[in-house]
Design a protein around this ligand. Structure first.
Ligand SMILES: [Fe+2]
Ligand SMILES: [Fe+2]
Length: 341
């Protein structure tokens, strides 16, 4: 962590005395603004800068504003013998000064000021990290949406289905009180959960009748294909594993691994329920929509055996008590086959 401090004052005696009394700090000194700028350029940004206001050559305020432009994260403070109100206001307004101090200053007060300057610098850096993280999250969101659009080009039904499932799964997870971090990962995974269907021949996806065993076996590869597409992406959530497990069932009857109950991620258990509800409530080329009532009956009948009971309860509560309906606006105009969810 950067704890470098630079003190700028044309009073050599003051600088020498600070060097002695502030020996615990990583202290650099400069006798003029020009010299300080040279040191800053040579040694990289400082955490804290303390400057006098009146110095020969460049005055303190111009110097502070120059440093602010070059190194906005450096915490800037003024230590002056001319501590009138006008100077203080100008320093704060023009130079964004964190502290305005007057000479003479007690060593203890100076130490406290430097400590709080260092702390402030830490906060500024932490804020920057959070901003960077938010940007990365935004980028991830964009990439995942691009994946969904890619699927949409080939198979509009699957894309609309993924968006509706993402919406429902997110609402269920919120109802179940999952923490926001997991909900974010679940939403991402749901948006692309059938991406592996891109490797399934369109003839199978668009076949109006029921599929034979061989065709079904190929469609059943889609969770693993999806896993392989997504696994190289370094998501901050287990997106690829959620996708891999979205057709697993609590009793081990699912695929591709035949996992049981607690071996299935909670996100995948929620996704499985949202997935089956949307699939049953949607039109398929080989059957009309079975309606939301039948879909809810199906998950309730198999709650605890195939589907996570808590996830089922949350889903039923949403539709029956909270007025949830499958999201409109992400409906797609051309229903095309999407066998086996
Ligand atoms: Fe699927
Ligand atoms: Fe699906």
């Amino acid at each position: 962590m950067n704890r470098k401090i630079i003190l700028v004052d044309d009073d050599q005696n003051l600088l020498s005395s600070f060097k002695r009394t502030l020996a615990d700090f990583e202290l650099n000194t400069a006798a003029s603004a020009a010299q300080a700028l040279e040191i800053i350029d040579a040694q990289g940004p400082f955490a804290v800068l303390v400057s006098d206001l009146r110095m020969p050559g460049m005055d303190g305020l111009s110097f502070l504003s120059r440093v602010k432009d070059r190194h906005p994260d450096t915490v800037r403070m003024v230590l002056t013998g001319h501590g009138n109100m006008e100077n203080a206001v100008k320093a704060v307004n023009d130079g964004y000064v964190f502290r305005f101090m007057t000479k003479p200053i007690a060593t203890d007060d100076m130490k406290k000021a430097l400590e709080s300057g260092l702390e402030q610098h830490g906060l500024i850096l932490a804020g920057r990290e959070i901003e960077a993280l938010k940007r990365i999250r935004g980028t991830l969101d964009g990439v995942v949406s691009a994946f969904t659009s890619l699927v949409e080009l080939r198979d509009p039904y699957t894309a609309g289905h993924q968006k509706r499932v993402a919406h429902l799964a997110t609402a269920m997870a919120q109802d179940m009180g999952l923490d926001q971090e997991r909900i974010d990962g679940l939403r991402m995974a749901a948006m692309v959960h059938d991406i592996g269907k891109n490797s399934v021949p369109s003839a199978y996806l668009n076949k109006p009748g029921l599929l034979n065993q061989a065709e079904m076996a190929i469609i059943r590869t889609h969770p693993r294909v999806g896993f392989e597409i997504l696994d190289p992406v370094d998501f901050p959530w287990p997106v690829s594993r959620i996708v891999l497990q979205h057709h697993e069932r609590l009793d081990g009857s699912g695929y591709p691994q035949g996992l049981r109950a607690k071996d299935i991620l909670i996100e995948a258990r929620i996704l499985a329920v949202a997935d089956v509800v949307d699939a049953m409530a949607s039109h398929r080329p080989y059957r009309p929509s079975q309606g939301i009532k039948k879909a809810l009956m199906e998950i309730q009948t198999k709650a605890g055996s195939q589907y996570d009971a808590e996830a089922v309860n949350a889903c039923v509560r949403l539709f029956k008590a909270k007025g949830y309906s499958l999201v409109r606006g992400v409906e797609v105009p051309r229903p095309s086959p999407d066998q086996l969810l």
